[in-house]
Every structure is written in C-alpha cells, then in structure tokens.
Write a protein that binds this ligand. Structure first.
Ligand code: SPV
Ligand code: MG
Length: 431
C-alpha cells in the first residue's frame, strides 16, 4: 500500500486538518508528523500546549496509520526516513515564506518519483476564530511571561529586537524571512530605554518615567504575542524597584534588565565621555535580592547588567560582579561593551561560562556588530539583543523625506520610496 505523509503544527485540530486526512486516505496509508517545538517556533507561532499534548492530539485522530515526530522545518530527514509516495499539504504554502518548505519537499520527492499534493486550504469562520483565539491566548500575561524561559530551553540563542511602539512591535512580531531554504524570525522584543526615550524626543537619562514606559509596553502588548524584555535602566531605588517588578510581572513582561549604575544614568554608548557612577557590588546585589523577593511567579527574570567594560573598570571587576550578582539571585547576566572588536565580550563569556555553566548570558552587539549570533552562541551567549537598529533605520529615512519635500515643494519626488497608500491602510489587521 502507498504511503501519504503530512505534517501538523497545530495546538487545535479543526476541520482543515480533518479534510487533509480525508484527502490523504484516498492515496494510501496516512502518516502524520508532529513538528517539535524547536522547529515550530522558527516557522510559525509559539505552541500554547506542550509538545506531548500536541502529539497525543494527533495520535487520537481516526484514519491515521502512524504518528511520527518531525524535528526540522525542512523535510530532508523525514523524507529520507519514510520515503513517502506522497506528501500532502494545504495550498497555503504555494506563496509566502512557507514556499521554501514546499520547494524543499518538491525537490526531495522529485529525486525518487514521489508526488506532492496541494489540497485547497480550508477557509472557514471557525478556523479563523481558532487561529485568532490561539494568538490571543499567547498574548495573555501568563503565556507571554513564561515564554522567554521556554525559549531559553528551546533555542541555541534567543534573538530579540527593539520595539518602542505598536508599529515596531508588529515588525518584531511578524517579520519572517525565507533564506537559503530556511525560515527565521525574532523570538522576543527589547523595550530599549534609548529608543523609547528617543521616540519621545527625550534624552536617555531615566527622564521618561515608569508610567510612560509601561504605556509603551502596553501599546506593544496590545498587538503582539512575543515575550518582552524591558530595559529597566538602573532599576531606580530598591524601594521603587520592588513595586515595578510586581507591575511588570502582572502585565506579562518576561524579564527586566537592570544595570549596575547609580545616580544620573547616561547611555552606555557614551562610555567614559560622560560622568557615570557604578553602583557597589553590595548595593546592586541588594537591589537584585529585593526584586527577587518581590516577584511572585517562577517565570519572571531579573537580569543584571554589568557596566565594568563600558566604564573601563576591567575584566576582573566584570567577572567579580557577574559572580556576585548571580549569587544574589540574578536570572541572567548582561555584559556590555562599546568596542568594535568583540574580544573583551568573548573573553568575559568564556571565563564566566567556565565558572557558571547555566546562568544565561545576554549581549547587545551594537558596536561589535560583525560577530554573528551563531558565533556568540558558540561562546555561551543565550540572548542577543538588537537594541536600536529599527529606530536608527527609521529616523534617517523620515528626515530625508522631510528634507526632500521642503526642497521640491511637493511630495511627488519622494513617493517612489514610500509604502503605497493601499499597503499602509491594510498594514494593521482588523479584528
Ligand atoms: C538601550 O537600548 O537603551 C540600552 C542598550 O540600554 S545601549 O543603548 O547600548 O546602552
Ligand atoms: Mg538603555
């Protein structure tokens, strides 16, 4: 008997899946693959139920001869193992980012005479409602908050990009690229103090107060599901920090990163060109301990950011602080540098990892931007934050448009490089 393979990436079985199985049975014995969480998060949304439950859901379906685990988005391994006569899939993968997967399957099957079957995708009110509900579930605080910790367990390196508004949040949420036969997307969002302040036309000196920062977070949360890492600046007074931890945790923020500076904070990329004061190890450790005592769930993370390399206090100081802050309960260590050469970051990572295998390491490769995520991960880095690139790309584009309109006394000349009106009015999904 011929075999037909299909792969499911869902948390809810609906009529679309049942239709695929019905169609598949016309061709032979049906084998269903269930995509692992690791693979699913690169390609689609985050699962709302554990992998074991997704597997059980599929195993409970009628009309299937076997259920297998597919652990990569591309089908090379699974097709090599099963050599199915057919692979069947909804025709929604004929276009868009998923097309690379279809091309991959077509080539694999073509090599031995297997056949690809595209069945018309089932569009129904019920399916639209299920999809929307699943997205909305992921945006709920209890789902969103724990997602960063889940990602740390799933990904070799968690990639976060800056967001400071609903719109930049949508870019972080929805941008997917298909390249070299693979799909990729960001895992999380960084609510940068620099970009949040800059968007408000204010300097990055903790002038934009927490109420305003919370408002920004809420704007982002309204339209996204990905986890949020807040740039908490110095965390302020420990007596204030504990309240903010509670608020952030309740909102569904996954992590706050606080830096070991005190007094008037200036942006780290100024380094020693401006006066900045580092907190003592004891003082900052106490702030971490207070925050950890205040938190109510095991999901939320307080990450300690070390400014010793920024302030040229040396590697030994940075490592001493990292060990002390981890001991005080920090759930991660962010090490920052403003050198172009990543050498000091890599030395820190190597030496910290030798002493501490598990505490996640976070880096912000703004200055040392030539090093890849993969290289950083190989040195023990767990979270990479692209802290300001969206703001820095948008600002010059807007400035140039303003200048050109002034120069030309009309907007015709700039129109070619603008998003078409048709696209901007449909950019935002309606409920
Ligand atoms: C931010 O994005 O606000 C940061 C990172 O704190 S940096 O600007 O590099 O200090
Ligand atoms: Mg900042």
């Amino acid at each position: 008997m011929k075999t037909v393979y299909t792969c499911f990436t869902t948390d809810v079985i609906h009529e679309g899946h049942l239709n695929i199985i019905r169609q598949a049975r016309k061709y032979g014995q049906v084998i269903v693959g269930v995509l692992t969480d690791q693979a699913m998060i690169r390609f689609d949304r985050f699962p709302t139920i554990p992998f074991e439950e997704r597997l059980a859901l599929v195993k409970g379906l009628e009309g299937i001869s076997r259920v297998v685990v597919q652990d990569t988005i591309l089908y090379d391994e699974i097709v090599r193992q099963l050599r199915p006569d057919y692979v069947i899939h909804g025709d929604n993968w004929l276009t868009g980012p998923q097309k690379v997967i279809r091309d991959n399957v077509e080539a694999l099957l073509g090599a031995y005479g297997g056949q690809l079957i595209d069945v018309p995708y089932t569009y129904s009110e019920n399916i639209t409602r299920i999809d929307r509900q699943m997205r909305e579930k992921l945006a709920m605080p209890e789902y969103r908050r724990r997602r960063l910790r889940q990602l740390l367990g799933l990904c070799p390196v968690v990639k976060a990009i800056e967001a400071h508004s609903g719109l930049t949040g949508l870019i972080a949420e929805k941008t997917v690229v298909a390249q070299d036969g693979r799909l990729d997307q960001f895992d999380a969002m960084w609510v940068s103090s620099l970009c949040d302040s800059t968007a408000k036309g204010k300097p990055d000196i903790e002038l934009v107060d927490m109420s305003s920062r919370l408002r920004t977070i809420d704007d982002i949360m309204e339209v996204t599901t990905k986890p949020i890492i807040l740039d908490g600046d110095t965390g302020g007074l420990p007596e204030h920090f504990v309240y903010n931890v509670r608020t952030l945790e309740r909102m569904g923020v996954s992590a706050v990163i606080i830096e070991d500076k005190k007094g008037l904070k200036k942006n780290s990329l100024f380094g020693n060109q401006v006066k900045q004061t580092q907190d003592s190890i004891e003082g900052f450790s106490e702030k971490i301990r207070a925050g950890k005592r205040a938190q109510l769930t095991n999901d939320f993370m307080i990450i300690a950011r070390i400014e010793s390399l920024i302030l040229e206090r040396g590697m030994e100081d940075a490592l001493r602080r990292a060990a002390a802050f981890a001991k005080a309960g920090a759930d991660g260590i962010m090490i920052h540098s403003r050198k172009k050469d990543p050498a000091e970051i890599l030395e820190f990572c190597g030496r910290f990892r030798a002493a501490d295998e598990h505490t996640p390491i976070v880096v912000v490769p703004t200055s040392f931007n030539a090093i890849t995520e993969e290289e950083l991960a190989a040195h023990g880095v767990n979270i990479v934050i692209y802290a300001n690139q969206l703001t820095r790309s948008a600002f010059p584009a807007m400035q140039k448009t303003a200048e050109d309109i002034l120069r030309c006394h009309r907007a015709k000349e700039v129109d070619e490089r603008l998003m078409p009106i048709k696209e901007i009015i449909t950019l935002i999904d309606e409920l």
